[in-house]
Ligand binder design. Structure first.
Ligand SMILES: [Zn+2]
Ligand SMILES: [Zn+2]
Length: 365
């Protein structure tokens, strides 16, 4: 199925299940962490929602760079199901009716936020402590590398009409980019020169969101040709190394988004940034890792270095609307679609220098 358009408005027939509802199932397939950390297909009992929870039938689930790092870390318990970028129809409503109705097509914010803590009430729900233990597909709760998954009803964001399953899945990394841009405090109407280091899916989402925001001067440092080509297709200029960014832009960038998560990139970002510029760290470093910085240059240029993690509820809602309306289509179109059973192969392929920009698992086949 390419588009979900029109399905959301389908009336439930008087008899028989609606077309999106599977026949009553007793089990489902998932790609779980198995022997030696390999992803293996397992049969799991059909997930049952608790109060305030619904079941979503996953139609596409993105494999995120952080999934590769998490798996490699060895920290995941055996049996864990990854996947925090996914969308699909609600197939079982919350037992207490608290959440979207069956048939609603949703993109899922993969955590629960409390709405009442200091972070939530000050507009920083991305920092809500509750989401640590409620995160979906990051080792705590099982995620979207599965046919079906239990999620909080409050985390379901209905998608715009005609949104595809791939677009719904990729709203999550686009939301990461929207938050990074908010952290940059850039004013698009001042015609800033902007750099992105790394054109993995988050770096590319930054490019897509910058273009949507009206930023016209974007340079991307990315040596891998497949990824660089997608950045260029969105209007960015590309260079192999961060050291070549200023030349490509004709001036040092006012804002640099560091989207590789490598140890050396933050220092390179400070080196390339304009005097008084700003560096946003949106790449997530390795656990226990440290970042060397050019101490003198950093201070003398007075470059602000700010971290950026996840997104607020409002940013996620904006991302669902934007991606459903085509804001990330160059990335969506470049994604490869694979079966759940091919998840292990997809992890291998994503690590290759000429590997795909993005893989979307399709649990429906
Ligand atoms: Zn991710
Ligand atoms: Zn909270």
């Amino acid at each position: 199925m390419d588009s979900w358009g029109g399905k959301g408005g389908t009336m439930m027939p008087a008899t028989g299940p609606p077309p999106w509802e599977p026949a009553v199932q007793s089990s489902m397939r998932a790609a779980a962490i198995g022997t030696g950390g390999r992803l293996e297909i397992v049969e799991r009992p059909e997930p049952q929602p608790g109060p305030g929870e619904v079941v979503v039938a996953v139609e596409r689930c993105g494999i995120c760079g952080s999934d590769l790092h998490l798996r490699a870390s060895g920290l995941l318990p055996a049996g864990a199901v990854l996947g925090h970028e996914f969308g699909g129809p609600v197939v079982v409503a919350a037992p207490d009716g608290d959440g979207p109705a069956v048939g609603t097509l949703v993109s899922v914010l993969p955590a629960r936020r409390c709405g009442t803590c200091e972070a939530c009430t000050s507009g920083r729900s991305n920092l809500c402590p509750l989401q640590v233990t409620t995160s979906i597909g990051l080792g705590w709760r099982n995620g979207g590398y599965a046919e079906r998954v239990v999620v909080p009803g409050s985390s379901c964001h209905p998608v715009p009409p005609h949104t595809t399953a791939a677009q719904a899945a990729l709203a999550e990394p686009y939301a990461v980019a929207l938050h990074a841009i908010a952290r940059s405090r850039m004013a698009a109407d001042t015609d800033p020169a902007v750099a992105v280091i790394g054109a993995g899916s988050v770096g590319l989402m930054c490019v897509a969101a910058l273009v949507q925001a009206g930023v016209t001067r974007v340079a991307v440092a990315e040596p891998r040709t497949v990824r660089a080509a997608v950045a260029r297709a969105m209007g960015a200029v590309t260079v192999d190394r961060a050291g070549d960014i200023a030349r490509a832009l004709g001036r040092p960038p006012d804002v640099v988004f560091e989207a590789t998560g490598t140890a050396e990139a933050p220092g390179q970002a400070v080196e390339t940034a304009a005097i008084g510029g700003r560096v946003v760290l949106v790449g997530v470093g390795a656990p226990g890792g440290e970042v060397p910085m050019p101490a003198l240059l950093w201070v003398v240029k007075e470059v602000d270095v700010v971290p950026s993690i996840a997104y607020t509820d409002a940013e996620f809602a904006r991302a669902v609307a934007a991606v459903g309306n085509g804001a990330a289509d160059k990335i969506v179109e470049s994604a490869q679609h694979r079966r759940l059973a091919d998840a292990e192969q997809a992890f291998d392929d994503l690590r290759r220098p000429d590997g795909p920009v993005k893989v979307l698992l399709d649990p429906t086949r």
